[in-house]
Ligand binder design. Structure first.
Ligand code: SER
Length: 317
């Protein structure tokens, strides 16, 4: 039986995707790979876990050979605001890491899923109903690495026939593992603030509208794309996908419906505000809908209600 490898398995997406993949394909068929962060008990005990260095060919090859891997969900990456603090490191992890994975996929005939992002667009991209195929001139290191990654994945498909597929994720909201170093992180932190202290200091200003998605939709999107009939895919790297589009005041109002005395104030961080200002407000995801049947299930209100219930259970509050 050939198996699946998840890199960045202890991160925001990986910590949930790994468990859903294990449920679907059998726990021992899904190998979780992390780097510095320790896996939580559930991940460590429910199936194989290993430590790898994604920029080191031999370290990844060892695992791919040992477990007879046929699909790689390559999630290990540095997010947008962290990448602005350490641009050279971000390029190394995001690009050299991806190149390592693609080279191994070429040699061992693996399919590869790579997340791209709204960050792959820039200030000259049309911000509303951002088309699938449009101007991509990002002005952040994160965005530059994401556009380059999209092109590199297409190149490996065209030149070597590696089955590469990807999504341009919006900001992702989840209750399991916190994101780190991202610009859309406010939309996760706000729930912790609301539940713990009934207040939150937002680092983006009012009116900063961005695409967002709840994690169950994000996980389903990745798995559905990887299972889609290859013959139907006109695009590969990477598909626009979205579920909702909101500004800080919109999510604040949605939380207030559940927690009426919640209060939000603004303390704008210029670095992250500038990044957010360069990103689309709302992507057009019709290509994903028509080529592999994408459809989001959670809107802002459904996500807010579930986030509050799940986080209250987790925080015992
Ligand atoms: N959520 C990511 C970030 O803010 C965008 O892909 O960096």
């Amino acid at each position: 039986m050939k198996r699946i490898l998840v890199t960045g398995a202890t991160g925001q997406i990986g910590s949930e995707l790994t468990l859903v993949l294990r449920d679907k394909y059998g726990a021992h068929n899904v190998v979780a790979a992390g780097h510095k962060r320790k896996p939580n008990r559930n991940m460590a005990e429910s199936g194989p876990f290993c430590t790898i260095e994604v920029t080191d060919y031999k370290s990844v090859e060892k695992v791919v050979k040992a477990y007879d891997i046929h699909t790689i969900y390559h999630l290990a990456a540095v997010l947008s605001s962290a990448a602005e603090s350490k641009p050279q490191l971000a390029w190394h992890i995001n690009m050299d890491g991806l190149m390592t994975i693609l080279e191994i996929a070429r040699k061992y005939d693996c399919s590869v899923f790579t997340p791209s992002s709204i960050g792959a667009f820039g200030p000259s991209t049309p911000p509303d109903n951002t088309p699938q195929d449009t101007i991509q001139r990002p002005n952040t290191m994160y965005g530059i690495s994401k556009v380059s990654g999209e092109l590199l994945c297409d190149y490996y498909y065209e030149k070597y026939g590696v089955d590469t597929r990807g999504l341009r994720y919006p900001g992702l909201i989840s209750h399991e593992t916190l994101p780190g170093g991202g610009t859309t992180d406010y939309a996760v932190e706000i729930f912790y603030g609301a539940i713990k202290n009934k207040k939150y200091q937002c680092f983006l200003k009012a009116g900063t509208r961005l695409d967002m998605m709840y994690m169950p939709d994000a996980i389903r999107a990745a798995m559905e794309l990887m299972e889609a009939d290859s013959g139907r895919l006109k695009h590969r790297n990477a598909f626009n996908v979205t579920a909702m589009s909101f500004s800080p005041e919109d999510i604040c109002a949605s939380i207030k419906e559940q927690i009426p005395d919640f209060k939000m104030i603004y303390q704008v961080d210029p670095l992250r505000q500038a990044i957010a200002d360069s990103w689309p407000h709302k992507m057009d995801d019709r290509a994903a809908r028509s080529e592999w049947g994408w459809k989001a299930e959670y809107d802002l209100s459904a996500m807010t209600k579930e986030m509050i219930v799940k986080l209250r259970q987790k925080l015992k509050m």
